[in-house]
Design a binder for this molecule. Sequence first.
Ligand SMILES: [Zn+2]
Length: 189
Amino acid sequence: MNQAAVLDLFRSSGALLEGHFKLSSGLHSTGYLQCALVLQHPQHAEALGRALAPALSAARPTVVLSPALGGLIIGHEVGRALGVRAIFAERQESALTLRRGFHLDAADRVVVIEDVVTTGLSTRETIAVARAAGATVVAAGAIIDRSGGDQGLDVPFHALVTLSLPTYQPDACPLCAAGQPVVKPGSRK
Ligand SMILES: [Zn+2]
């Protein structure tokens, strides 16, 4: 699945909206991304996992680790495509932690999978969880890279799509200046 096909899937699912949006941060943007809307369709989630897997398989991973909740569904599908376990880390008192009896050890070769990488922070935190458990992190992956090129990762990183969605302060927003009405995502029916 190439970049255009992935973006088509996002658009047709309503997971990528293009226009003029007011984000929860208060910033305005030309686009709004909500991966859950594409991943709610199991066949799309499976196809995206299958598309991500080949770039990661050369690193011979033994397990996929994702940060909950965003990385959980796509991590599971990448694990399915690679034929390995898919586990997740979740926040406990603000720190990402392995719970539920999930276990990693020195024999494990981990790929960290997320839905979207923006600053790379949660990917880095997830990598740290795997390393703290003694495992080796061999790669990271995401459906969408909107980092602008700097994920700040010290492992190979692969994304299906590189996307730029500029954000603006409301008083410096070119769409506002052009008189285009602003939409709050989620308020659409
Ligand atoms: Zn605006």
